[in-house]
Design a protein around this ligand. Structure first.
Ligand SMILES: Cc1cc2nc3c(=O)[nH]c(=O)nc-3n(C[C@H](O)[C@H](O)[C@H](O)COP(=O)(O)OP(=O)(O)OC[C@H]3O[C@@H](n4cnc5c(N)ncnc54)[C@H](O)[C@@H]3O)c2cc1C
Length: 289
């Protein structure tokens, strides 16, 4: 199919882009990489009166070291994150996850601002934003505001932005961890995940001191499993831990059946991935403990 008729503007500044969105009275849409929006237009599932293209705005694509945080401009492409030595060194869980994001052609165009705003419950960057406790900086007619990732994702494909707000930057805290893992199952490499987990641990030789867990593909939004983090740390660090951990994680989710998989199958996958992820994270931690 072809999209319904729309106007198009490619402003040179964020202020002009906001002006165009305000003038559209909620009928306009921001265009970034177009990898999710254009299919929606073609299927006429979205019918904006105007597309406000961000691609001519300078200074929205960068990856910047701010000591305890890494700041990423909204127009930064998935492929830049995948190949960034800074991301590999300072946000290794993100670095490992990025090659699972779609296919090369899509990673060349797709942006972090677009992925977060699209809020697909099986997309890697929204889950990573939850995992890292990212802050999402947003500009609109009332100025700049910062939204915690946990408040940003409201439902499947739904975020908390006003129609005239634009994501301009995302800040990811650099984590203090001894071991980490990212695990995902998709039907074909590059497809959206059926289930996935990001995990990091802090440990001594004899016990866990901290954990961080986020999962996706098993609810309408990515989930941070804070209760499971506490329960994991309270358990003895022994050979049974990965098995027990997988039970804990499975007990925190109840995915629905859908076209791609039953809820039961997604839970089963998540259990297996949890076990594998904890083993990997603990082994890495053992080498550094
Ligand atoms: C076949 C296929 C497979 C895919 N597989 C995966 C996958 O496995 N994992 C994954 O994570 N993603 C996957 N994607 C999605 C891909 O990562 C997209 O790039 C991403 O979801 C959207 O980014 P974009 O920059 O292309 O956004 P666009 O398509 O341009 O926009 C998406 C939405 O976000 C809004 N938007 C864009 N930028 C901003 C901004 N700065 N501020 C406010 N709103 C904004 C738009 O108005 C629109 O509503 C897949 C896509 C396709 C087509």
């Amino acid at each position: 199919m072809k999209p319904a008729k729309f106007d198009y503007i490619a402003p040179s500044t964020v202020d002009l882009a906001i002006e165009a969105l305000v003038a559209s009275n909620g009928e306009g849409k921001v265009l970034a990489g177009g990898q999710s929006l254009l299919p929606l237009l073609n299927f006429r599932m979205a019918r904006p009166s105007i597309l406000v293209d961000l691609n001519r705005i300078e200074g929205l694509s960068y990856i910047e070291d701010r000591e305890d945080r890494i700041a990423i401009g909204a127009l930064t492409r998935h492929r830049d994150l995948e190949h960034s030595p800074l991301v590999a060194a300072r946000l290794p869980v993100m670095s490992a996850a990025m090659r699972h994001v779609a296919h090369l052609a899509i990673r060349n165009r797709g942006t972090i601002g677009g992925s977060l705003s699209h809020a697909d419950p099986a997309a890697e960057l929204p889950m990573l934003a939850m995992f890292y406790d990212a802050s999402i900086a947003v500009r609109g007619p009332k100025g700049l505001r910062t939204i915690a990732a946990e408040d940003f994702f409201v439902d499947a494909l739904t975020n908390c932005l006003e129609p005239d707000e634009i994501v301009v930057e995302v800040e990811f805290p650099v984590l203090d961890h001894d071991g980490w893992a990212f695990e995902e199952v998709a039907r074909r490499f590059g497809d959206f995940a059926l289930a996935s987990i990001a995990l990091s641990v802090r440990r001594t030789e004899t016990k866990l001191e901290g954990a961080r867990i986020a999962v996706m593909g098993v609810a309408d939004t990515p989930l941070r499993l804070r209760e499971a983090e506490q329960e994991l740390v309270a358990l003895p660090l022994d050979a049974q831990l990965p098995e027990r951990f997988s039970e804990i994680v499975a007990s925190k989710v109840s995915p629905n059946d859908d076209l791609h998989a039953s809820g039961e199958y997604r839970t089963h996958l998540l259990k297996q991935l949890s076990k594998r992820a904890l083993r990997t994270a603990l082994e890495a931690g053992e080498r550094t403990a």
